[in-house]
Design a protein. Structure first.
Length: 661
């Protein structure tokens, strides 16, 4: 019978899905087709990521001890040149590619470079071998000059391809190193996309702070200068991060007059370095700068975790030393919140969450930072008892404030639920609101999506409950099986209104229950199972209009600086035909909610001002409710023949293009 079903599916006329339809992208063409995979998009941030990639290569030479000077020159025409006095890119023939220099291989081949084996660089920021080749692929002009062994060489490229051979320009006895000049491609970034001088100036300055042994010279075309951006500047900071933090704090008063700063080198196999500077201003919302191998990691990561652990354990140990018993309740947030921190680590083979390197994931970084910072912090507190007691008092004040707010929230939540004692599931991340018309519970598919949702939510009004995979189909399960199911028990505890005949919608702890699953077939299946649960176990909740479906996007469309999100294929086609008509569109597909960063998830799916929700309700008349019950029984009940018949009757309606997909 199954064979008969497939025989009834209409075949697409002109179906030519054969071997000839399979594309093989060669060289750097994948980068130009999908730049977002390599630099995170094609917006202003991605444009400046190109500059950071080239500057990071120069910094790697300096950190490795082969260079002590870097020059950054911004010219009119969006032309940027970065020069170092390091060893220079090798120009001899590459053994694997006869007839090609190592320089050309590095510029035109992904995953090529001198940072994989660890022989050329002990620590470096560019470990994927895609940095300068990606810059080359996304530039209309890339010119490389190499001064090596007192000889000067040059080669030019355009959009990832060499426009001529490697040239020997003669002797240069007083010059060494590499110079990279490039002009970003307006086809990729948009005609109006230009480097922001102030942003580049800040980037260059921050790099000089990160490595005290380097001098960075800045030059900028006169037409691009401003009050913030001079025509020329020289940066060299012997104090490193401590100098940087001192400038950032300025004249503001701090809990301790002396910053907690220092550094430690790790020789041998571990081979790394940790440098830090921490201040606790009296009035600050906090400012945190994390770096790995001079690469900014704005989302923190394992090195941040190591610092948090060292500071928290250190302040607790000092509290024990002075007899302060209640310090056992101190958390990392009590120590960190409101502080201003700069942390830089140098490690071998760092691992990042993505090519844009926003978050460090190397486990050894946490151990290295904690080991480096802990001993220094113990001395910082104990060497000057008054300073240590002042900082401990500051941290305890934050702890008391945190506990007071927590107690207030608990009282409010109890008041909102008629003061009955709550027993909530461990997975639930509750909101702090008082049960008014604004509170929402998001039921989220999986812990990964739950993690993003927790960061994206409004803590006051939005609660998050992750569920594991596909919930039990209550329409085909026995009552005993339903009662024994952990996910259903957690839902019942979170909602607080009871099941079936005991369901009292007046006791519901949230005004809106929002099912938020992936925008694909599996997500739709999980949403269907949840709607079946509410229809059967809590019908009054549905009848009163408390149940909603979130509408997360399936695609992100980007053209130049403009981006938009599409819910499905039809919405994508509509956007491409209207908003992006005639433009080159980069299309990214979200595999699931967990793949979206918190900002994207909030902007598209959780922010009440921007999102779209579908309210799930029941027809008011008896005939309508009976029809819904009949449909639920046929599609979700115990008789599989009913579902098979439903599929058979609608087989002719299936879009063959969806089957191909």
């Amino acid at each position: 019978m199954a064979d008969d079903l497939f025989e009834k599916l209409p075949q697409s006329s002109g179906d030519s899905y054969d071997g000839s339809a399979i594309e093989v992208l060669e060289g750097l063409e994948p980068v130009r087709r999908r730049p977002g995979m390599y630099i995170g998009g094609t917006d202003e941030r991605a444009l400046h990521h190109l500059a950071a990639e080239v500057l990071d290569n120069a910094m790697d030479e300096a950190v490795a001890g082969h260079a002590n000077r870097i020059e950054v020159t911004l010219e009119e025409g969006n032309r940027l040149t970065i020069t170092d006095n390091g060893r220079g890119i090798p120009v001899d023939e590459h053994p694997k590619y006869p007839g090609k220099s190592a320089l050309e291989v590095i510029l035109t081949t992904l995953h090529s470079g001198g940072k994989f084996s660890g022989k050329a660089y002990a620590t470096s920021g560019g470990l994927h071998g895609v940095g300068v080749s990606v810059v080359n692929a996304l530039s209309t002009l890339t010119r490389i000059e190499v001064a090596r062994n007192k000889e000067l060489y040059a080669q030019e490229f355009s959009r990832g391809l060499a426009t001529g051979p490697l040239q020997h320009l003669g002797g240069t006895p007083n010059r060494r190193g590499t110079s990279v000049t490039f002009v970003p491609d307006p086809e990729i970034f948009g005609e109006d996309a230009k480097f922001k001088p102030a942003r580049l100036f800040k980037l260059v300055r921050s790099k000089a702070y990160l490595f005290a042994g380097v001098e960075i010279r800045w030059k900028c075309a006169a037409a691009l200068t401003s009050d913030e951006v001079p025509a020329e500047a020289v940066f060299q900071f012997p104090g490193g991060l401590a100098d940087h933090l001192k400038e950032q704090i300025g004249a503001r008063e701090c809990v301790t007059s002396q910053f907690f700063s220092g550094s430690q080198d790790f020789p041998g196999e571990q081979q790394g370095r940790v440098e830090w500077a921490v201040a606790w201003p009296l009035w600050s919302d906090g400012a945190y700068s994390w770096y790995c191998n001079t690469i900014p990691t704005p989302d923190g990561g394992t090195h941040e975790a190591g610092l948090r652990a060292a500071l928290t354990k250190g302040i607790r140990a000092f509290a024990d030393l002075v007899g302060q018993k209640k310090a056992k309740d101190i958390t990392p947030e009590d120590v960190i919140t409101g502080s201003e921190i700069m942390l830089s680590v140098f490690i071998r083979d760092p691992q990042f969450q993505s090519q844009t390197k926003d978050r460090l994931t190397s486990p050894e970084a946490a151990r290295m930072v904690e080991n480096a910072v802990r001993d220094h912090f113990d001395h910082f507190l104990a060497d000057n008892m008054e300073r240590g007691k002042a900082l401990l008092g500051h941290v305890l004040e934050r702890m008391d404030e945190r506990l007071r707010r927590k107690q207030e929230r608990e009282v409010k939540r109890k008041t909102a639920t008629n003061a009955r004692k709550l027993r909530l599931p461990g997975k639930l991340t509750d909101c702090t609101g008082e049960g008014d018309a604004e509170t929402e519970l998001f039921i989220v598919e999986g812990d990964s999506a739950g993690g993003s949702a927790k960061q994206a939510r409004d803590r006051k009004t939005q609660a998050i409950l992750p569920i594991r995979g596909k919930i039990l189909n209550v329409a085909s399960a026995t009552a005993d099986k339903i009662r024994a199911n952990t996910e259903i028990a957690d839902l019942g505890l979170a909602l607080g209104c009871g099941f079936r005949k005991d369901c009292n919608a007046d006791n519901l702890r949230y005004d809106r229950i929002i099912i938020m699953t992936d925008a694909d077939v599996d997500g739709a299946h999980i949403a269907t199972l949840l709607m079946t649960f509410f229809f059967q176990e809590m019908p009054e909740i549905v009848r009163r209009g408390h149940l909603y479906l979130a509408q997360p996007p399936l695609y992100r469309l980007t053209a130049g600086k403009e981006s938009a999100y599409a819910r499905d294929d039809a919405h994508r086609a509509e956007l491409e035909a209207t908003r992006f008509k005639g433009k080159k569109v980069e299309v990214g597909r979200f595999k699931g909610l967990g793949e979206m960063n918190p900002q994207q998830l909030r902007e598209t799916t959780m922010d009440p001002a921007k999102r779209s929700l579908i309210r799930i309700t029941l027809p008011p008349e008896y005939e309508g409710r009976a029809a819904v019950k009949d449909l639920v029984d046929r599609l979700m009940g115990r008789d599989p023949a009913q579902r098979f018949m439903f599929i058979q009757n609608r087989a002719a309606d299936i879009d063959p293009e969806l089957i191909d997909a």
